[in-house]
Design a protein around this ligand. Structure first.
Ligand code: DAH
Length: 342
């Protein structure tokens, strides 16, 4: 091959590369020209047959062809990929042809769900959400709630005392005290939060659990019937149609009269089943009319105000509503369990 023929062959090769319209053609041309058995390596091998005096110029021309062909092929490949939105797009390093990356969305924890549902339901009745600290003083947790020092709940075996005047709150009821101390009546709040008791953990007990407290105090008369209607509305909204409430007499130091509140069993709708131990009712909350002593402790005049309060266990509602047999499942953070709540 003469130098002139070589220049012609090179021009033809570069024209072919320039005309290539797809990745397959460019690959065929790469193999044809620069591949191991391609035209250019063949010329390099045949260099020994070129007359000695022509060899340097010929060699230079072949190397130039090789370099130009390789550059043209690489450039063309990039261009074709850019045009097709293909991989390794240098200008746009994102590959639009790859499947999207899925984020594994979490689900709202049953405890959070009961709390947010309760906030929504009571919110429709004008209740706002109040918060209080987990570490309380004995006045808010006991004294102001008319619970005397000899009461068993004040015992070291029942309550986590941190110092002689700090403890982990045993109930959300102290938030009632904080709310009344900070606000003039009327007050209408629910107070969700974590509570602590020296309980040995088993399927239905936990040393820390959640409660939702409710408090309504007004200067116009508030009655037990008001309390019952509000809890009946809550029962229906939270557990479904056909779920009502009944009150049973009980005792709490901070309410007078006090009641325990049962919901109609949402599974059998009151007929009797295993869930309600054939009674048709499930115990849900404690409640009552705020004791005048509590009003005195927060500086309200018991002759001018009246109100009701209630408190229920969040885990208890979650377990009943979602059919969770063991309270510990709520704290284990096993995603297989949590995903069933989706
Ligand atoms: N604090 C009570 C408990 O932990 C629950 C309770 C009962 C709250 C009656 C109240 C209430 O506000 O009026 O067992």
């Amino acid at each position: 091959m003469t130098l002139e023929e070589l220049e012609q062959a090179k021009a033809a090769c570069l024209a072919e590369i320039a005309a290539a319209a797809d990745a397959q053609t460019i690959e065929t041309l790469r193999v044809k020209y620069v591949g191991r058995n391609g035209a250019i390596p063949a010329l390099i091998k045949a260099m020994k047959d070129v007359p000695k005096e022509d060899r340097p110029a010929f060699g230079k021309a072949v190397q130039a062809w090789k370099a130009e062909a390789e550059d043209a092929i690489a450039e063309k490949k990039t261009k074709l990929q850019d045009a097709g939105g293909g991989r390794q797009n240098s200008a746009h390093p994102c590959d639009a042809t790859l499947p999207g990356r899925w984020t594994d969305f979490g689900v709202e924890h049953p405890i959070s769900r009961v709390i947010s549902d309760a906030a929504r339901i009571f919110g429709k009745l004008g209740f706002t959400v109040a918060d209080g600290p987990d570490i309380e003083n004995p006045f808010n947790n006991f004294t102001a709630l008319n619970t005397p020092p000899h009461h068993p709940s004040q015992d070291r075996t029942d309550t986590f005392w941190l110092t002689s005047d700090t403890l982990l709150r045993t109930q959300t009821s102290p938030v009632q005290i904080r709310v009344m101390q900070a606000n003039k009546p009327p007050v209408r709040v629910i107070c969700p939060g974590r509570t602590y008791r020296r309980d040995t953990t088993d399927a239905t007990h936990s040393a820390n659990f959640h409660q939702i407290e409710g408090l309504y105090v007004d200067t116009k008369p508030v009655s037990l019937a008001d309390l019952k209607s509000v809890l009946a509305y809550f029962a229906k909204e939270m557990m479904g149609d056909g779920v009502g409430v009944r009150f049973r007499p009980h005792f709490f130091p901070f309410t007078e009269p006090s009641v325990e509140v049962d919901f109609t069993c949402h599974v059998c709708k009151g007929k009797g089943c295993n869930v309600c131990k054939q009674s048709g009712w499930i115990e849900i909350a404690g409640a009552g009319m705020v004791d005048p002593r509590v009003f005195e402790h927060v500086g309200y005049n018991p002759k001018e105000v009246s109100g009701y309060a209630f408190g229920f266990g969040v885990e208890r509602i979650a377990m009943i509503k979602y059919g969770i047999p063991d309270i510990r499942w709520l704290y284990e953070n096993d995603v297989r369990f949590l995903h069933q709540m989706a």
